[in-house]
Every structure is written in structure tokens, then in C-alpha cells.
Design a protein around this ligand. Structure first.
Ligand SMILES: Nc1nc2c(ncn2[C@@H]2O[C@H](COP(=O)(O)OP(=O)(O)OP(=O)(O)O)[C@@H](O)[C@H]2O)c(=O)[nH]1
Ligand SMILES: [Mg+2]
Length: 316
């Protein structure tokens, strides 16, 4: 059996190998992705995001348990923290997840967030596709932080869970970063701590305002959880299923998928055009003249790019 066949049969080692190849951006990996692409689209992709330390990894572990009880197989992608401050958390995550690894229907992989320029979101896209084709019913993606990069990654999910914990600070931060808008479900984890109900109330006032639309709109549920004791986690799992069903019933999963694929396509295309252009720049004397003029302050880079775009337009 070749690699593609093995992955389709759900072989764990082959799946892990291909994800590593994707992470290292090996050209052979691209060839395999091309081959499996048409078989994507069966998995329900769930993103979980939120400020550091709110309990995302613990929630992921607990959610895996809830989904297994529903008879669903699960792939987990943990996007490693790049910050040296949270570097220690990863080991903790692995240790917490260890009790799940004996199960054949659970596959856990982390992806390092080093390797800049869009490399990560492209690796996450590919890894999610690989888990999908390997037969996982659910693909859970944990991203760290609430920055633009995390928002981009969360966007590839069908269902985005925003995890917060009691305390106004985190809530405010999340609102500022604009991440509230992408949340399909909000979680107040660590609800064993004081102030959980107040945080829920704060969030629901924001949500009511934002979702105060008549007719056919998904009302973002706010779920209280305690990831360590697993309280509320079955309910959270059920809400993700409800959200997916809601979109499916309205044939809106296709729209979500198209949005994801458009972004992915643009990322790949931009990178390819950039590479291609840099190659041309090296060999084309007229382009080098341009670069020289920009360097000598005879032409500004804005006018130069407008002229290049105009040139491309004319050549079409
Ligand atoms: N009291 C309480 N502590 C919790 C709960 N859930 C998680 N924790 C603790 O919160 C800490 C952080 O949990 P993680 O799951 O690593 O949090 P995270 O959001 O994944 O953290 P990063 O990946 O570093 O952003 C750990 O010490 C957990 O034991 C909870 O429901 N209640
Ligand atoms: Mg974590």
C-alpha cells in the first residue's frame, strides 16, 4: 500500500509521517495533498481559541472524551505556543493528554508555530485535511492567544469555540482583539472560580446586542465549564454538534468551506507569485533598473508597484 492508501485506511504512522512532511514543507507532501484533496470534507472541524492559560488544552482533552462517548473518532491539532513564557505549558498539555493516547480513534499532533510567513496556517490546513481523509469524524484545533494569526487559523474551522475564564480582563481583551465576532460558541471555563456568573452575564449582554437579529440567526451559546472535573463539557460538545447541524440544515457548510478554501488558495497563490516574481527579478534587467531607481530614491515603491500591476493588466 502506498502512503495515500495507508492514510485513507486510517494508519496512524503514515498519518503522522505525512503531517511531519507537511510541517517541514517537503515538496513530496504537496504531491500527496493533491492526491487526497478530493476526499476531504467529511470531518467537522472545530477550532478552540482564547487567551493563554484559560484551560483550552484541558478542555480539548475533556472534549475528546465527550466525543468518544458519542462514538466519534477525533483528531487533535495543538498549535504550539511560540512564546517562551508559555513554553512550559506544552509539556503539561502532553502529560494531560497522555491518558487518551491508548485509544486508536484518537490522534493527537502538535504543530510548531515557528516558521513564519503564512507557513503555519498552511501547515494547519494541510494537517486538518490529512486527519479528515484519515477518517476522523472531528478535528479539534487548539490555537494559543487571540492575535490576528490565531484568528486566521480559527477561521478555517466550521465551529469556533472562544474560551475565556472568570474575570473581566480577559473578556475585555478578547473584545478588543475582535475575536468575539468569530466565536460560534463561548465558554467560561474555570467556573469553579469566583465571578463565573458575572462573566457569563457580561458576555451575554455583548452577545444579545450582537445577535439581536430577528429570523434565522445562530444565537451564540455561552457554556460554563470546569475542564478538570469535566463539568459542562458534554454540553459544550453537544453545542458544537448543534452548531454543525444548524449550518448543515441550511446548506451553509458549503459557504464556510468555500471561505476557508478561498483564503487557503490566496495564501498559496500569493506565496507562489512572490517566489516567481523574485526569480524573474533576478534575471530581468528592466526590472533591476526599476529596483535601482527605487533604491536611488528616483522612484517611490508605490508608484513602481502600480506600474507593475498596470503592466500585468495590459499584458492580459
Ligand atoms: N480551577 C480550574 N483550573 C483549571 C480548569 N481548567 C484548567 N485549569 C488549569 O488551568 C491551567 C491552564 O490550563 P491549560 O489547559 O494548559 O490552558 P491553555 O489555555 O491550554 O493554556 P495555553 O495553551 O498556555 O494558552 C492548568 O493549570 C489547569 O490545571 C478549571 O476548570 N478549573
Ligand atoms: Mg494549551
Amino acid at each position: 500500500m502506498d502512503l495515500v492508501e495507508k492514510i485513507k485506511a486510517g494508519d496512524v504512522r503514515s498519518t503522522a509521517r505525512l503531517i511531519s512532511m507537511v510541517e517541514r514543507r517537503e515538496p513530496e507532501a504537496v504531491a500527496v495533498i493533491k492526491e487526497i484533496y478530493s476526499q476531504c470534507g467529511k470531518a467537522h472541524i472545530i477550532g478552540i481559541t482564547g487567551p493563554p492559560g484559560v484551560g483550552k488544552s484541558c478542555l480539548v482533552s475533556a472534549l475528546v472524551g465527550s466525543f468518544r462517548k458519542m462514538g466519534k473518532s477525533v483528531g487533535v491539532l495543538a498549535v504550539d505556543p511560540s512564546s517562551p513564557f508559555s513554553g512550559g505549558a506544552l509539556l503539561g498539555d502532553r502529560a494531560r493528554m497522555i491518558d487518551l493516547t491508548g485509544d486508536r480513534d484518537v490522534f493527537i499532533r502538535s504543530l510548531a508555530s515557528r516558521g513564519a510567513h503564512g507557513g503555519l496556517s498552511s501547515a494547519v490546513n494541510d494537517a486538518a485535511d490529512i486527519m479528515d481523509v484519515s477518517g476522523k469524524d472531528i478535528v479539534l484545533i487548539e490555537t494559543v492567544g487571540v492575535g490576528q494569526g490565531e484568528i486566521e487559523i480559527a477561521r478555517l474551522a466550521h465551529t469556533v469555540i472562544l474560551a475565556l475564564m472568570p474575570g473581566y480582563g480577559d473578556t475585555l481583551q478578547a473584545m478588543k482583539a475582535g475575536i468575539m465576532e468569530i466565536a460560534d460558541i463561548m465558554v467560561v471555563n474555570k467556573s469553579d472560580k469566583p465571578g463565573a456568573d458575572q462573566t457569563v452575564a457580561e458576555l451575554s449582554s455583548v452577545q444579545n446586542y450582537k445577535c439581536d437579529v430577528e429570523g434565522d440567526h445562530w444565537k451564540v451559546p455561552i457554556v460554563k465549564t470546569q475542564a478538570l472535573s469535566k463539568e459542562g463539557v458534554d454540553e459544550l460538545a453537544q453545542e458544537t454538534v448543534n452548531h454543525y447541524d444548524y449550518y448543515k440544515q441550511r446548506s451553509a457548510i458549503g459557504i464556510k468551506n468555500r471561505e476557508r478554501r478561498t483564503t487557503q488558495f490566496l495564501d498559496i497563490l500569493t506565496l507562489q507569485i512572490r517566489t516567481e516574481f523574485l526569480e524573474t527579478l533576478k534575471n530581468d534587467h528592466s526590472l533591476q533598473k526599476w529596483v535601482k531607481m527605487i533604491g536611488d530614491l528616483e522612484l517611490d515603491p508605490y508608484t513602481a508597484s502600480e506600474q507593475v500591476v498596470e503592466m500585468i493588466r495590459k499584458s492580459r
